[in-house]
Design a protein around this ligand. Structure first.
Ligand code: AOS
Ligand code: ZN
Ligand code: ZN
Ligand code: ZN
Length: 426
């Protein structure tokens, strides 16, 4: 399955819709505030988000998994699916692999497939939360934090192996997410677990190539329900500082207790130059991993508002590794990713439309009402015409979801791969 670019432009021509007049309306409105729309269109067209290899199949819960049909069975097929997404949106030009789910057989062949689709290799994800069939040590009671030295060494070696695979593919970063923790009070010694984790991470960090970054992900609970070793951004930040300059905190939107002010965390980390990775998703209760923007779109906008501020004012913070970390079991996974990409770009665009100068003045004058008005004026603008213009500019489908259905992608995939398919993943 490969999307033909001619078909996309033919479809775009057919639906020359009214977005140009809507765009003019926005252009006039925002030029009065000194905001140039064409610059924003370019920024939106340039924005790239990595797709995780495990989001291409229907996800599961602990109660079961249901096949969606036409799911990818190999790394090549996963890259083909991202190729479809990237052709339709031109904003999914990277993949984030997970080892051992995605061990490449023939590295050169995999690189060729990726190149053919215009896909680069973003952060590599290690996995020390599952025992593999041939595993010599168990992670049942922890990996990098384990009280058992052999288990710790085994987990460290796995991360080093992941770096080596990533090196061959051209990746430049490693994401470490640990499931380590305890289900019951007294089960482990908090201090020993943290000391072990720091030592293990340092040992991995030291073998990373000079031009690599390490992203340390935090999460308050699940799969452990009493405590998690890297439970919050403070712990991750501390570990990143202990490792060195090229270790950073990774924020996953679903990894916070309800009502946490994520935008403030983002601002603090960027000020300190330590926000490296970002996992997008949405949630109502916990790490629900549902479609980005489907539940709390205003919170997403406020987070982007801080990200945009940081990108413009914090040269000490590196460029981000953006990734969608969502996967669930009721939608067509590709349609779901198209919706997530749309939500990310909408929030990003709205944040770009915030009148920063006016906001700074209103803050200086303590005009609280005006501050809120300025933010909400941007948030309440329908920015979809800007997304359409950005897509048209980059050769994507003006309406990717409609194009996906129009080209009957899922039907094709089911024809090629069958109805009873289960992709690797959670
Ligand atoms: C787990 O909850 C984290 O979000 C990870 O980033 C990711 O989902 C996991 O590594 C997938 O295997
Ligand atoms: Zn994540
Ligand atoms: Zn998660
Ligand atoms: Zn998640």
């Amino acid at each position: 399955m490969k999307i033909n670019t001619d078909h996309i432009s033919a479809l775009n021509k057919k639906q020359e819709d009214s977005y140009s007049s809507e765009l003019d309306f926005l252009r006039n409105k925002f030029s009065k505030k000194g905001i140039t729309l064409d610059e924003i269109v370019q920024k939106v067209a340039d924005f790239q988000v990595a797709i995780p290899s495990w989001a291409l199949g229907a996800g599961g819960t602990r109660f079961g998994r249901f096949s969606y049909g036409g799911e990818p069975a190999s790394l090549e097929q996963k890259l083909d699916d991202i190729g479809v997404l990237h052709a339709l949106t031109k904003s999914a030009g990277a993949v984030s692999l997970h080892i051992p789910w995605d061990i490449p057989g023939d590295v050169k062949a995999i690189k060729d497939v990726a190149k053919d689709h215009g896909i680069t290799f973003d952060a590599m994800n290690s996995n020390t939360f599952q025992d593999q069939p041939d595993a010599k040590e168990t992670y049942k009671f922890g990996s990098l934090s384990s009280a058992d030295e052999a288990a710790r060494e085994y987990a460290i070696q796995h991360n080093k192996d992941v770096i080596n695979i990533g090196k061959e593919l051209g990746s430049k970063s490693l994401t470490v997410w640990l499931a380590d923790g305890a289900n019951f009070p007294g089960q482990n010694n908090f201090q020993t677990a943290l000391i072990n984790t720091e030592k293990s991470l340092k040992s991995i960090y030291e073998t990373m190539p000079e031009d690599w970054k390490m992203f340390i992900e935090y999460k308050p609970y699940e799969p452990n329900f009493y405590s998690t070793v890297i439970q919050d951004w403070g712990t991750s930040f501390m570990l990143a500082n202990a490792c060195g300059e090229r270790a950073y905190t990774l924020v996953d939107l679903g990894h916070h207790l309800p009502n946490t002010n994520i935008e403030q965390i983002v601002a603090t980390l960027m000020l300190k130059g330590k926000l490296g990775g970002f996992h997008f998703n949405d949630s109502k209760y916990g790490d629900d991993d549902v479609t980005v923007g489907s539940i709390k779109p205003y919170a997403l906008f406020l987070i982007f508002n801080e990200l945009v501020y940081g990108m413009e004012n914090n040269p000490q913070n590196p460029d981000f590794s953006w990734m969608i970390d969502a996967s669930h079991n009721t939608k067509d996974p590709l349609e779901d990713l198209i919706q997530s990409l749309e939500a990310i770009l909408i929030a990003y665009t709205q944040a770009l439309l915030v009148d920063q100068k006016a906001l700074r003045n209103a803050q200086q004058e303590n005009d609280v009402v005006k501050c809120q008005e300025i933010l909400q004026d941007a948030y309440r603008s329908d920015v979809r015409p800007i997304l359409k213009a950005a897509r048209e500019k980059s050769g994507a489908a003006v309406n990717p979801l409609q194009a996906y259905r129009n080209f009957e992608v899922r039907k094709q995939l089911i024809k090629e791969r069958g109805t009873k398919t289960l992709a690797t993943g959670l």
